[in-house]
Write a protein that binds this ligand. Structure first.
Ligand code: SAH
Ligand code: SF4
Length: 370
């Protein structure tokens, strides 16, 4: 089954939706191996054998939104809410810089108050100054106004991650309350691109009601929207959410979630080629070596958690989050060894920008010149 697709890939023929569906439906072990190896070859050709670390700081679990799947949704009254102090966040960013991580990611629940927007702006300015503008800064702070995105870009952020969650509008509606709007989220991605960010998006994989057709369309969505960076991972239940409470947890299968997550990475690498793809932490939640498996399936980015251990328990988007009681030094050592063990190198002190973004930018410049 996969042979005809591998032949198409070898002669650079574009894959169709049917081909993606077939790749995502593979269950035979030999065929799975061929899929991962094919994607890994394409990864080597486009982004090399280097993994880039983005140290993620989960700076607040205060959220205005109520996504049905997420453990820190605003209606979850069973968690204490926190926002890290400025000096704690700066210390974490400095740790990333001192440990030669090329970039940090600032992530939090969605907060659109003017106070929060200026708090982030100040942080960006300070991180930029303290690290001599050398540290890459990605934001993952949800839907905001153009003004806020622009202000943060001007203050030093240059990448933004905003998952579309699913490209199926009907499924999006099922997973969110009525006041959460797919079109508004899509528009945010367009604004981010216009402002000048490297744009990252992605989906959750293995959601209730999601079909293989949906996932194949998600991959096509990523390419059609000219996305530079892709962050996607398996959906995992959180016991305090309406979505997890709507089905029997025993029906939920980690092996299936892992395999679907890996197949999505491979199919996306094959289809989108020159983008950065993250091996999501959620992969590690379903298998101790999930992130390394993600790299071997075609991903090239890992986002080690560098948040103070004392906050990690309060930032659980799903149950059984890994590394919850390890500090950043422990995470760094175990990760480095794991990456080197699979024959990859680590892009220390490098930002590792998406090659797709660089091509997109030079295309724009060429058009502007002509
Ligand atoms: N509030 C911001 C950033 C934090 S949430 C935002 O929503 O964009 C980051 C991502 O976590 C979300 O985009 C979603 O894809 C993922 N997530 C939330 N709940 C999850 C769950 N139960 N399983 C897997 N991923 C989840
Ligand atoms: Fe808030 Fe993001 Fe969770 Fe939705 S996914 S509830 S926006 S933190």
């Amino acid at each position: 089954m996969i042979k005809s697709i591998v032949d198409k890939i070898a002669i650079n023929e574009n894959l169709q939706q049917d081909d993606l569906r077939l790749l995502l439906s593979i269950s035979n072990l030999d065929e799975l191996k061929t899929l991962y190896e094919t994607a890994y070859r394409i990864k080597l050709k486009n982004v090399g054998n280097k993994v880039y670390f983005r140290g993620i700081i989960e700076l607040s679990n205060i959220c205005e939104k109520d996504c049905f799947y997420c453990g820190i949704r605003k209606s979850n009254g069973n968690i204490a809410r926190f926002i890290m102090k400025e000096d704690e966040i700066l210390r974490a960013a400095q740790w990333a810089f001192d440990n030669k991580y090329g970039s940090v990611v600032l992530q939090s629940g969605e907060n659109s108050t003017p106070k929060f927007i200026s708090f982030i702006t100040r942080l960006l300015e300070q991180i930029k100054m303290a690290t001599n503008d050398k540290l890459g800064i990605t934001l993952s702070l949800g839907e905001q106004t153009k003004k806020a995105y622009q202000q943060w870009f001007d203050a030093g952020a240059h990448r933004y991650l905003l998952r579309i969650e699913t490209s199926n509008r009907k499924l999006y509606k099922k997973l969110h309350p009525d006041d959460h709007d797919y079109e508004a989220r899509l528009e945010c991605l367009n604004i981010l691109r216009d402002v000048g960010y490297q744009v990252g998006t992605g989906v959750m994989i293995g959601l209730p009601f999601q079909t293989v057709d949906d996932l194949a369309n998600d991959i096509i969505f990523l390419k059609e929207n000219d996305i530079d960076m892709i962050g996607m991972g398996p959906y995992l239940p959180h016991h305090d959410t309406p979505l997890a409470q709507s089905f029997n947890k025993n029906d939920f299968n980690n092996v299936h979630q892992l395999n679907m997550g890996l197949k999505m990475i491979s199919a996306t690498r094959i289809y989108c080629q020159d983008v950065n793809i993250a091996a999501a932490t959620a992969l590690q939640a379903v298998h101790p070596k999930g992130r390394e498996m993600g790299i071997q399936a075609g991903a090239n980015i890992i986002m080690p958690n560098i948040t103070d251990a004392k906050y990690r328990t309060f930032y659980q988007l799903y149950d059984n989050k890994p590394c919850i009681d390890e500090n950043s030094d422990q995470c760094r050592e175990c990760l480095e060894e794991r990456i080197l063990n699979i024959g990859e190198t680590i892009g220390y002190n490098e930002r590792g920008d998406s090659p797709h973004f660089k091509k997109r930018r030079s295309g724009h410049l060429a058009n502007a010149d002509s």
